[in-house]
Design a protein around this ligand. Sequence first.
Ligand SMILES: [Fe+2]
Ligand SMILES: [Fe+2]
Ligand SMILES: [Zn+2]
Length: 171
Amino acid sequence: MVSVWRCEICGESYIGNEVPTQCPFCGVNRRFIKSARIAKANFDLTLNESDLANVKHALMVELSNAGFYFCAAKNTDDEEGRAMFKALGKVESEHASIWKKILKLERVEVKPENCSKRNLENLMESHNRETKAIEFYKKAAQESKDLRLKQIFAALIEVETDHLALSAQRM
Ligand SMILES: [Fe+2]
Ligand SMILES: [Fe+2]
Ligand SMILES: [Zn+2]
């Protein structure tokens, strides 16, 4: 029977017969997706100085990566590549939205970044960006004592690791 499912990491909801294997918005594992009747997604956090600096940095990283992926989605010389980079751009924009909600920012826009016309170069750039995102989120998760923030960092480490696998499989 059709139901409403809600992701406890990004807070977005999905209508379908079954729980998706990954959140269709932010890409996190299905264990973070619950029936919308019981799901909880809190973005009202009180952050210390170090967490605040890490959340601001996370927003910049995700916006920059989304900008790169949207550029690659238009310019890369491979059809599957264009589809993949567009999907990645949407996921990274959703990650940026998580940080925007926590920072209580209204309008923060993704600005286009430079990319190549060559798919292989874009895959290498993706690999590099995802590696850096994973390293940063691991460090941020270790530094934080806030359980909700740690949960979000950990969930996104898994998603960025999936992204890394996509480029690794294709290079
Ligand atoms: Fe991301
Ligand atoms: Fe990613
Ligand atoms: Zn989600």
